[in-house]
Design a protein. Structure first.
Length: 146
């Protein structure tokens, strides 16, 4: 920083307090999460496991989609190369980016194209939503690609 010494010292002091010190509120929250009741976390674990099974089962009904079982988080990363290089509803789809745009336009389901993470041919789908909304979204995909 180019500034008078007193201004530079004040700015350095402010920066130090903003970014270099412990976050007491976060530390207290972490302690409570680790030492407090675990039932809410266990319920979330059950819900995510149920949703993971649901999305895997329903995506498995769509020819051209192959979904490996995720071992963590709340996303699936299906291989959609079986849907590429084809014409769907009069639109030729050649990349997962084009596929995601098509799905958003036709089925109103938002997916993240594989190009955001590397290669085309894959999409990322979250299952961190309610069971009913999750099922409805996947059923829209089933209808679109039936």
């Amino acid at each position: 920083m180019v500034a008078p010494d007193d201004v530079a010292k004040a700015a350095a002091n402010l920066q130090s307090h903003l970014s270099s010190n412990v976050a007491n509120v976060s530390q207290r929250a972490a302690i409570a999460a680790l030492t407090g009741p675990q039932e809410p976390a266990l319920e979330m674990l059950k819900a995510f496991d149920r949703r993971r099974k649901l999305i895997l089962g329903e995506l498995g009904k769509i020819p051209g989609i192959n979904t490996p079982e995720p071992k963590g988080a709340f996303y699936v990363y299906p291989d959609v190369r079986g849907l590429l290089g084809k014409t769907w509803d009069g639109v030729e789809i050649n990349s997962s980016l084009e596929l995601c745009d098509f799905i958003l336009d036709k089925a109103e389901v938002a997916l993240v194209p594989g190009e955001a993470f590397g290669p085309s041919g894959y999409v990322r789908m979250s299952y961190a939503l309610g069971d009913d909304a999750l099922l409805e979204g996947v059923q829209r995909l089933q209808k679109l690609f039936s």
